[in-house]
Design a protein around this ligand. Sequence first.
Ligand SMILES: Nc1ncnc2c1ncn2[C@@H]1O[C@H](COP(=O)(O)OP(=O)(O)O)[C@@H](O)[C@H]1O
Ligand SMILES: [Mg+2]
Length: 240
Amino acid sequence: MAEIYAVASGKGGVGKSTFTAGISRALSEAGKRVLAIDCDIGLRSLDLLLDCDGQVVFDWGDAVAGRCSADRAVISGSVDFIASPRHYEEGFNGENLRKIIDSLKSGYDFIFLDSPAGVGRDFETAVNAADKLTAVTTADNICVRSCAAACAAAEKLGLTDQHLVINMFEVRPAVRKKLLNLDECIDETRVPLLGVIPFDRVLSYASVTGVKPDEFSPSARAFLRIAKRLCGEKAELICE
Ligand SMILES: Nc1ncnc2c1ncn2[C@@H]1O[C@H](COP(=O)(O)OP(=O)(O)O)[C@@H](O)[C@H]1O
Ligand SMILES: [Mg+2]
């Protein structure tokens, strides 16, 4: 039965959607059945990152509103995908999204809900439909602070099982000096660290082309290590 993760951050642009696509692919390559759901209503992007934008007919809003069955909203691939609604409608909330997920979850090992930035209505929808929170941040003061606020907001909504992913980690000393170190990020958010993903230009290209990043790239290797940890295996916490 699937574990359901809301991927949230506070600030936008820290890599939530990139993480959702990367971890979903890594888990799928490890033989897991993965469903990724875009919860960024009106600002969908995961369809582009998973290279299935041309296949979207229905979204989870259609399933909630009864315009299609839950499984008709699923686009099948190595990672299965459900697009977010283009517009908000009454009833697009965590409870109703969870009903859709519950009807599908026996077919999956992992389900990721790509949440929008901020801690508003659609963040609450993703958090209320999830069992766990993956908080994504970059290692700068502003993003870490807003990530801590998102973690606290999720906790208030009852989502207490949380872990942290630090993205776009910089190893170049001149840049690193200006950023927080890993311990400072953990202290500020008070959330245990799941993994670190380096800044990797390959990922930016992938977001434009929709083509899967090279398996030997530093980010692909980082996703693989995080996938192992999510599967309960040991994997070193390397920052390369
Ligand atoms: N580790 C990384 N290295 C380099 N670029 C990254 C990395 N993670 C994300 N990006 C880039 O940052 C931008 C924002 O990422 P995105 O996943 O859309 O953020 P969010 O979903 O949090 O708004 C995209 O252009 C993406 O390619
Ligand atoms: Mg996003």
